[in-house]
Design a protein around this ligand. Structure first.
Ligand SMILES: NC(=O)C1=CN([C@@H]2O[C@H](COP(=O)(O)OP(=O)(O)OC[C@H]3O[C@@H](n4cnc5c(N)ncnc54)[C@H](O)[C@@H]3O)[C@@H](O)[C@H]2O)[C@@H](O)CC1
Ligand SMILES: [K+]
Length: 494
């Protein structure tokens, strides 16, 4: 698992490390790691044009020292200084000694330096940045975006909030971010994720000083370890029995997709008791279909309730009935709308509940998501005593105790009808085994989000995807996450 940290946590951890190391040593470690990544990205370094965008703090110092190292290898390095009188003195000296040039950002030629560069290194603001980019910095960020060079952010893309990922106005559009000591949360969540590109972590020796993380990202290996394949002693009941209450006469597809995803994730047994019995029977002869609602379905180890299920009185009765059981329940879509009217239905539960809202569904519980997605998910989780899986570009899964996972997989191609129904089916299947495996509900939900995203990446390789493609490709995605078949589906997030 990859720990995710706030800027404040990183700053606090740096203090004792700074005190224990010779002055400037940490910045040299950072600059060496940064220059090494830039060198790899450039291929041959000699003769290549590198532009450094340099602000007033230590982030600019990192860029200047890394630039000096690249200049030493023959790169043509130019530093564009936003505040020439406040740029890092020792860094400037090192760059000049290595043959680098310096221009103030207000000089007419500064934008052209950025536009012509083979690589643009963003050292404008690091974890000391507050608020959005000022006009002069925003102009340089836009020039980097418009240019053809590789864009690399130093520690964090300037203009993003390192703790929340919030972007206020313009931020540097990095293809790569070389971050120091620890992965900042803002690189993987909110708008920050889209600005950070591929994240490279440079070890500064900070680990012993960091607090135990409260936010994490799962890797393929973490997910594989939580999705154990069946063993010789398993039967269809011990593999997890999922009850699906999704779909209706108006929306039969939601039931078909949800039941199919549950079957394809962990095909122990799926009991279907929703309102689209004929459709599910036709699509999934493997499912046991009952028409009598949850009460007549037989014993299950987890329920999925809500996708395409409607919000009428009958749907409300079904929701109340499953929330009164003592097994894990996943609440999605229409059932979230109903639950937002009667949140006490979930507050009084003792078994785990997982809610899977998107932003509009989240807002029905009383507050907008806002720009701090981790904070928002944690607050609702604590308020309701339920796991909250807040869907988005980087899905956030929060436990009532504050433990949070930020998903690192997925693709924009997943923004299409029915993919949420598939996620619910996957999560229901993982939850159904959680009682036997001891997997906490928050981790089961995070595993499902990871797998859903990986399946989306796999399906999108063939072009635009529909939700049914996810169901079809799920077994292959599970196999790949477990390391069966080609290991790489896309860039790993960190
Ligand atoms: N502290 C350490 O031990 C290390 C720090 N390192 C680097 O140092 C960075 C943090 O350095 P700093 O604390 O100097 O902070 P920054 O380099 O992020 O810059 C802070 C400066 O920018 C100004 N500023 C803040 N917001 C602004 C805005 N919106 N527009 C314009 N100016 C703004 C502040 O007045 C301050 O002078 C890290 O991100 C990392 O890159 C690395 O060298 C590794 C070691
Ligand atoms: K930066």
């Amino acid at each position: 698992m990859i720990g995710l940290f706030t800027a404040e946590e990183v700053r606090a951890a740096e203090e004792p490390l700074l005190a224990a190391t010779p002055e400037g040593a940490l910045m040299q470690r950072a600059a060496a790691g940064l220059a090494a990544v830039c060198g790899r990205l450039l291929g041959p370094v000699y003769g290549r044009r590198v532009a450094l965008l340099v602000g007033s703090g230590n982030n600019g110092g990192d860029a200047l020292f890394a630039g000096a190292r690249l200049a030493g290898r023959g790169a043509r390095v130019t530093a564009v200084l936003l505040t020439p009188d406040r740029a890092h003195g020792a860094g400037l000296t090192a760059l000049r000694r290595s043959g680098g040039r310096v221009v103030p950002a207000r000089n007419p030629g500064a934008e052209a330096v950025v536009a012509r560069a083979d690589l643009v290194l963003d050292g404008m603001l690091g974890i000391g940045g507050r608020g959005g980019l000022r006009q002069d910095a925003a102009v340089l960020a836009r020039a980097a975006a418009a240019g053809a060079g590789i864009t690399v952010a130093v520690d964090v893309p300037s203009g993003i909030d390192a703790s929340t990922g919030e972007v206020d106005g313009v931020a540097f559009p990095a293809m790569h971010t070389v971050t120091f000591g620890a992965v900042k949360r803002g690189l993987v969540v909110g708008e920050g994720r889209g600005h950070a590109g591929q994240v490279h972590l440079v070890d500064l020796g900070l680990d012993p000083h960091l607090p135990t993380p409260t936010a994490w990202q799962l890797t393929d290996a973490d997910v594989a370890a939580r999705l154990e394949p069946p063993s010789a002693g398993d039967d269809k009941y011990s593999q997890g029995v999922v009850g699906v209450l999704a779909g209706s006469a108006a929306y039969p597809g939601a039931g078909v997709l949800c039941a199919g995803a549950a079957l394809r994730t962990r095909p122990g047994l799926v009991r279907y008791a929703g309102g689209a019995a004929d459709g599910v029977r036709a699509a999934w002869p493997e499912a046991i279909v009952t028409e009598g609602g949850p009460g007549g379905a037989g014993r299950v180890q987890a329920w999925v309730v809500g996708p395409g299920a409607g919000t009428d009185d009958a749907a409300r009765t079904v929701l109340a009935e499953v929330l009164a059981t003592d097994v894990p329940v996943l609440v999605d879509a229409d059932a979230l709308t109903l639950l937002a009217r009667e949140p006490d239905l979930v507050r009084r539960r003792s078994a785990p509940t997982v809610l899977t809202p998107h932003d509009r569904e989240f807002a029905r519980f009383g507050t907008e998501v806002g720009t701090d997605r981790i904070g928002a998910a944690r607050r609702l989780a604590a308020d309701l005593g339920a796991v909250v899986l807040l869907k988005g570009d980087a899905t956030v899964v929060a436990d009532p105790d504050g433990t949070t996972f930020v998903n690192g997989t997925g693709t924009a191609d997943l923004a299409t009808a029915g993919t949420g129904d598939v996620l619910s089916g996957i999560a229901g299947a993982v939850l159904a085994t959680s009682a036997a495996t001891g997997l906490p509900a928050v981790e089961a939900a995070a595993v499902a989000a990871h797998l859903h995203g990986r399946t989306g990446q796999l399906a999108a390789q063939r072009g635009p995807l529909v939700a049914g493609d996810l169901v079809r490709r799920l077994p292959e995605a599970v196999g790949r996450v477990r390391g069966v078949g080609p290991a790489v589906l896309g860039d790993s997030p960190a």
